[in-house]
Design a protein around this ligand. Sequence first.
Ligand code: HEC
Length: 247
Amino acid sequence: MFKKFTHEKIETNAGWLIVLTMFAISVGGLVEIAPLFLLDDTIEKVDGVRPYSPLEQRGRDIYIREGCYTCHSQMIRPFRDEQLRYGHYSLAAESKYDHPFQWGSKRTGPDLARVGGKYSNEWHTQHLIQPKSVVPESVMPNYPWLMSPLDASDVADRMRALRTTGVPYSLTQAEFEKNVKQFGEDHARMFHIPNAQTNLVSQAQAGNYDGDNTSVSEMDALVAYLQVLGTMVDFSKIKPEDLVKFR
Ligand code: HEC
């Protein structure tokens, strides 16, 4: 009786309802936000995470253009069933150079956060052209147009745009040298914007992702991107206690 009375009183009084709603929301907000102030960094320090090469980056743009994220997430949650199926749960550090990140919120298909290295390049190419040809029960659409040539002319501009969001692609010699220290010489060369287009073509030709070495296709870029997903961090070298404070 008493319970009903107070509840009704609050719900029928706009002033009280506003004040108490704001109070409830601020408590909820504080509980979520306050602990973050006590951490020095919310991104784990793990070795191996690097920006995407120009070819991988173009592949990622195609992934977004084709809306792959509407059916695939890229975030393995820290639950046992997820880890048994997909591998180590995703770390914040693994998407620190992803703008925008591709965590996704819906899984019509499997999570792709660690799909890199799971299949061969030929499998991916065949699967993307016609998924049912390799997985007969698949409901994934065909993407045959990915075999068309990749427009690589604006790759430097795309990297320049990402640079403004904090991805350490280099423009000057000093920035290049900083990257050499952080990522090693081979990777640092890949991240140098003035050479972006040349680097893109040479990676596509060396990798031969779509099985056709005569030209660079959108498929080359997308498969290069899929093959790097989840492969940057070597989890065999990370002890669980290194990550424990972020759990
Ligand atoms: C309509 C939803 C849908 C869309 C859109 C979609 N997929 Fe899929 N995808 C699936 C389903 C379902 C599967 C599982 C069956 C299969 O392997 O084909 C799958 C499987 C996959 C796999 C294999 C994963 C594994 O671990 O076995 C890859 C890789 C993949 N998709 C990549 C892509 C890419 C890249 C795109 C965008 C070009 C895309 N998908 C768009 C539904 C979708």
